[in-house]
Design a binder for this molecule. Structure first.
Ligand SMILES: Cc1cc2nc3c(=O)[nH]c(=O)nc-3n(C[C@H](O)[C@H](O)[C@H](O)COP(=O)(O)O)c2cc1C
Length: 402
């Protein structure tokens, strides 16, 4: 039972699929654990389970209408969004996922969704052909790229008679995942995880810079997956166009010097440090404070090498699990093993930007994970969130064996 300080406001969105009946059990699990639950149902959800059931189990009125018949003036969609510590959508229909991914707000739940600034957990449920439909996949991945959490769907027998992927995971699994996201449980609960992400930009003058193509997608995925395991996460991010993940402390930096300072400052207090940022190896020496004027003559830049942050962290390392990334185009595995050993890492994640679907600014990655001792695990092509989950699982195992 949650103590007063751990008692959370759970806003449960129920949409119109067969699995809506499982939202009753999910409500009961949260209430039994001492949390307060408010439920929003779509009109279709009311065809599958009565609002009375969910109102009774949650001890709260169920919100359905955007414009209640009472006609009273209300900004209930904002009040509910502000009230929530977590928004859980279970089940999430293909229709809901499509609307949410595209900013459509044509009922109460789809209007609360973009108004909520708390972490959001989505549990999809649908027929396997619907789940595989490209537009549904695209919409779902778009939501994940905005920093939302998901759980499932599972594979197995579906209500429609088909067998395949699409079944909503069991209420207990959704409940536990929500608690992890709220840092109330999870395999990394109580652990401090520091993740660096994206690139650095090194000024040439007041308007130009040297950088690389790293988008931050891998690092942001790692931060989210660590958070989904209950960790206290700090994300040190270089410039990136990505949305700041919810519930995660963000530290924004621009240059390699700032990146080094930000991660070294937080290193001692961290249990796990994952350096996925592509830090510039070189920076122009003494960039002028104004714009270099264009002339006919060639311009030669002097570059200084920047601090090898991973090496510095390897030297500072005491109890931390330290994970590095390597991006190699030649002699990849040999070079990665050298980096792993010389920088005192626990394991290194190798990606090759020349492989299709891997490396910079893609939603997928194909990586090898190389452990101390030189064991190489070649992972298949997966979404960056799935790669991140694999990396986190290995970190959990290392922590458990320490
Ligand atoms: C018996 C029945 C079961 C359904 N099950 C699902 C389902 O599991 N997943 C889904 O995405 N849509 C399902 N649908 C279709 C949705 O109810 C429909 O797309 C509806 O517009 C969803 O509305 P909502 O997203 O606002 O709740 C089902 C429809 C029926 C009649």
């Amino acid at each position: 039972m949650a103590g007063d300080q751990d008692k959370k406001h759970v806003l449960l969105g129920v949409t119109g699929g067969i699995a809506a009946y499982k939202s009753a059990e999910l409500t009961r699990l949260f209430v039994k654990a001492g949390h307060e639950v408010k439920v929003i149902m779509t009109g279709s959800a009311c065809e599958f389970i009565t609002p009375l059931t969910l109102a009774t189990l949650s001890n709260n009125d169920v919100a359905i209408e955007m414009f209640p018949e009472s006609g009273e003036f209300t900004t209930r969609h904002i009040d509910l969004a502000d009230w929530a510590d977590i928004l859980v959508i279970a089940p999430a229909t293909a229709n809901f996922i499509g609307k949410a991914a595209n900013g459509i707000c044509d009922d109460l739940l789809t209007t609360v969704f973009p108004a909520a600034t708390c972490p959001v957990l989505i549990a999809p449920a649908m027929n396997s052909n619907m789940w595989d439909y490209p537009a549904v996949q695209e919409n779902f991945l778009k939501l994940l790229s905005y920093g939302f959490y998901s759980v499932g769907p599972d594979s197995g027998d579906l209500a429609c008679g088909w067998v395949g992927r699409g079944r909503m995971v069991e209420p207990e699994t959704i409940f536990l995942k929500a608690l992890s996201i709220l840092s109330l449980s999870g395999r990394l609960m109580g652990k401090k995880v520091l993740v660096s992400a994206s690139r650095t930009e090194e000024p040439i003058d007041s308007v130009r810079y040297i950088s690389n193509r790293s988008s931050g997608k891998m690092g942001y995925a790692l931060a989210l997956e660590a958070k989904a395991e209950g960790a206290d996460v700090v994300l040190v991010s270089g410039p990136s166009g990505l949305t700041a993940p919810r519930g995660i402390e963000m530290v924004r930096v621009t240059t390699a010097v700032e990146m080094a300072e930000a991660v070294k400052k937080r290193f001692d207090e961290s249990d796990v440090v994952i350096m996925s940022a592509a830090v510039s190896d070189y920076a122009p020496s003494n960039p002028p404070a104004s714009k270099i004027k264009k002339t006919e003559a060639a311009l030669h830049l002097d570059l200084d090498s920047t601090e090898d942050i991973l090496r510095s962290l390897g030297e500072m390392k005491k109890k931390q699990v330290l994970v590095g990334f390597a991006l190699e185009t030649d002699n990849a595995v040999d070079n990665a093993i050298k980096k792993l050993e010389s920088k005192n890492l626990d394991f290194i994640v190798l990606n090759n930007p020349n492989e299709s679907g891997a490396g910079f600014d893609t939603d997928t990655n194909r990586v090898d994970i190389i452990s101390r001792g030189g064991r190489v695990d070649e992972l298949p092509l997966m979404s960056k969130r799935e790669v991140a989950a694999e990396i986190i699982t290995r970190i959990v195992k290392l922590l458990n064996s320490m």
